[in-house]
Design a protein around this ligand. Structure first.
Ligand SMILES: [Zn+2]
Length: 66
């Protein structure tokens, strides 16, 4: 009984066997596409301007000793 999975990229059925070297993908192309999508997802950081750490931080006479 062959197990068939769907290619995450193109949704084509892929037979889960030793011959399907790119499983769960149907081909090397689909594997790379998914990999690329994953990477672009990781780099999709919202355009958040870096907060100035010093902004609002107290500086000057800060009592440290009790
Ligand atoms: Zn595919």
């Amino acid at each position: 009984m062959a197990t068939v999975v769907k290619c995450p990229t193109c949704r084509r059925p892929v037979e889960w066997s030793a011959e399907s070297v790119y499983r769960p993908f149907c081909s090397d192309r689909c594997r790379l596409i998914d990999l690329g999508a994953w990477f672009s997802e990781q780099h999709k950081i919202p355009d958040d301007p870096q907060e100035d750490e010093r902004l609002g931080a107290p500086h000057g006479d800060v009592p440290e000793d009790p």
